[in-house]
Design a protein around this ligand. Sequence first.
Ligand code: SF4
Ligand code: SF4
Length: 408
Amino acid sequence: MTAGPTALVSLTKLATYEPTAVLQAMRTCLEPFGGMATFVKPGQKVLLKPNLLGPFPADQAVTTHPSIVRAAAILVREAGGRPYIGDSPAVGRLSQVARVTGMLDVVAETGAPLLELEDPGEFEVPGHGIFPRLVLARALSQVDVVISLPKLKTHSQMILTGALKNQFGCVPGLLKSEWHFRLQERKWLAALLLDIHRAIRPCLAIMDAVVAMEGPGPSAGHPRPLGVLLAGTDFVAVDAVACHLIGLSPAQVPSCRAAHEQGVGETDLQRLRLVGPDWRTLRVSDFQPPPQPAEVLRLLPLPPALLRGLRRQWTLRPVILPGRCTRCGICEERCPVRPSAIHPRACPSHQLDDRRCIRCYCCHEFCPAHAIVLRSSRTSRWLPLRPVARGVNRLLGWLAALRQDRTH
Ligand code: SF4
Ligand code: SF4
């Protein structure tokens, strides 16, 4: 995902999810790259990573359409690869979500099994921006190739959910919510998305913008036909082109902005090689952006001060052990917050600026003396949030699937 004037984004018109038409369009879209065989070698295990946010029927445009996943699985098989379909839904379990979204039919037709992205494993982040190691789905280490199949949607917090954001589904289960809880500012979440992308290194994005979502996405917006399939190896470039199609500037999207600041990928259309119909003929002028960019926790009907207090209660805080600290200052240097949120030379009660600490735990990670421990508050020990959240998530998934079963 390096920047360069030759980054290629391929666009193909596609006005329907009719399976034969989708398969043909995907072949056309991948032709400029040399076809699927450029990315998949015989015998390789290939994870197809659609956006399977929750148990929503395909026509609601919340999830990547099953026809897109089906076509990708067929092309992977033609290239000699072994496709798997995997995600960690934000709401509900993968089997439940696959049933409601129509993905189980794709499994049956193509023989590509579902791959749960729930068991955690630790991953190095080569050339990391902030996080040198991340906990992601262990299953990622068992596949040879990752191909991302994002859906073009608005996102109330991150403005756009496209190619870069799709990999957030590789964070297992409720760890996703914990990241939202820990990193409440969009710029930090954007930096996390880039590091997740660096750790996973997906080789190709094929974006479903046949019917996008506008308005209050990622789940409560409205389907909006755009009639386009996009593909690229530079995920930042794919997102940048998607932005232009719906009348956004990449600079408005935190993940594109962070990528530009870190010199990752290409956001400038002038420096991209666009193949296919002129993107200006595909652009829509009246696409509804998310109503008001909001941080996820701010969507809860609670006063901001209470939310901040809850966050402090339920996230682990770094604490310096005085007997071990050598006062080398590395934690202060590596803290991404500027000025630093940790001050090892201060008195113990002032060593952490709790309001500014984003809970990235880089200080803990980098301390050579292992002098920083992560401590939970007494409240979180009495009332552990994780099991409570897991129960609520399962209940919400079950209720959503039940509602869909009744209406269809
Ligand atoms: S990195 Fe560790 S040893 Fe060095 S100042 Fe920070 S807490 Fe102390
Ligand atoms: S103090 Fe530690 S956990 Fe807090 S922002 Fe700085 S590096 Fe991250």
